[in-house]
Design a protein around this ligand. Sequence first.
Ligand SMILES: Cc1cc2nc3c(=O)[nH]c(=O)nc-3n(C[C@H](O)[C@H](O)[C@H](O)COP(=O)(O)OP(=O)(O)OC[C@H]3O[C@@H](n4cnc5c(N)ncnc54)[C@H](O)[C@@H]3O)c2cc1C
Length: 408
Amino acid sequence: MTLHSPTNSSNRHDVLILGGGLMGLAIAHQLARRGCAVTVLSRRRSEAAGFVAAGMLAPHAEGLSGNLLRLGQLSLERVPRWVAQIEADSGLPCGLRATGIVVPFLDAKERDCYPTAAFGEALNRERLEQLLPGIAPTWQAGLLFDQDGQIDNRRQLMRSLESACVDRGVNFQEGVEVLDVLQRDGRLHGVQTRDSEGQLATLECTTAVLCSGAWSAQLLPELPVFPVKGQMVSLQTPRGALKHVIFGPGTYLVPREDGLVVVGATSEPEAGFKEGLTPQGQQHLNQGIAALLPEAVNWPPMERWWGFRPCTPDEGPLLGEGPIQGLWLACGHHRNGVLLAAITTELLADAITGHATACDAKELLNAFRWDRFRDDMTQNKAPERASRGQGGLKPMKRESDQPSVRQP
Ligand SMILES: Cc1cc2nc3c(=O)[nH]c(=O)nc-3n(C[C@H](O)[C@H](O)[C@H](O)COP(=O)(O)OP(=O)(O)OC[C@H]3O[C@@H](n4cnc5c(N)ncnc54)[C@H](O)[C@@H]3O)c2cc1C
């Protein structure tokens, strides 16, 4: 198989997507909508964090700041249009819900110090109880972020994206692992692959997008991307028992349309790529549920699962051009990949096809360059990753390393 450069004579934009998780599907879909011939190489879609996430669209509830907040807000604005495109192409719903997100606090002082407090409605205990009947008495204040929401990534969005891609002519190669990225004089010229039957192949290409999630550094070791494992559980609720997402410290509850409540999540950088549930992880979730909404401990668990967030030292994604010309980056979205999918897709598709952009794309791509950590590296500063490795399961209190940022 030979793929051509975006500037070839037929003016087709032939692109390989390395990884068929959330970013891979979303970017493949957008490029195909713009007329590119796209092939997705996917080792195992079922391991994608896109199926694991709680699907919160929560730049404000998470207390993001700086460039990451800006990126998150731009993406949140774009979500309805992005979802409409996917639903139109697939004929399947994505499960977008405007439930708003409530962040509970011990007291008003804690609430008013929250980095994004200015974007939310300040709640006293009475109003908190109105919005979240049954919330534990520990929580005396809150913030309602009405603009934040959620999408059913696990059961709807991922499926809808797959179908939309097929509808737009994306070529899928499932069970194909990219073993190596081939370059000559700093330019991409192909990838080596192994298919599900063990056959090795070399695919020539001059344009590809690295969307390999938590595994991205296995293909490009200079990328500072590492896994942060998260365990989840879902509960069957009495109908309408929970109307808003509750975003507590260390635990959150996300009510889906179908009556399931998704509960997450542990944050286990020390686990590396170790698969599976652990008793400690599930205990952590149960304690979190009891601390937020005591009656929910009686709701029957329906599913338990886990996955790997693609984290970077500053928890922001790596976007745009990478160390090899022609190999674009869309990885390292850590705990905000579902939120950031809409803007990532737009930025990458615009850059690859050379379209004019509607937002300050240049600045954003610069802010999220892959080599923005280089100063730290040359000064031999220990990457944040090393200290995080000793963190274990996050305790049920505000994060100690990031005082006011909560972990989904
Ligand atoms: C527990 C948990 C909760 C989360 N909650 C939220 C949330 O509420 N809101 C939010 O916005 N985000 C959330 N996230 C984050 C979000 O899920 C991720 O940021 C997002 O899914 C990353 O997308 P991705 O495509 O980069 O990676 P993935 O979706 O993980 O996809 C990567 C794919 O690449 C493939 N791959 C890897 N290596 C190769 C290779 N060599 N060859 C071929 N294929 C390869 C893998 O098989 C995989 O399918 C959560 C994540 C977790 C784990």
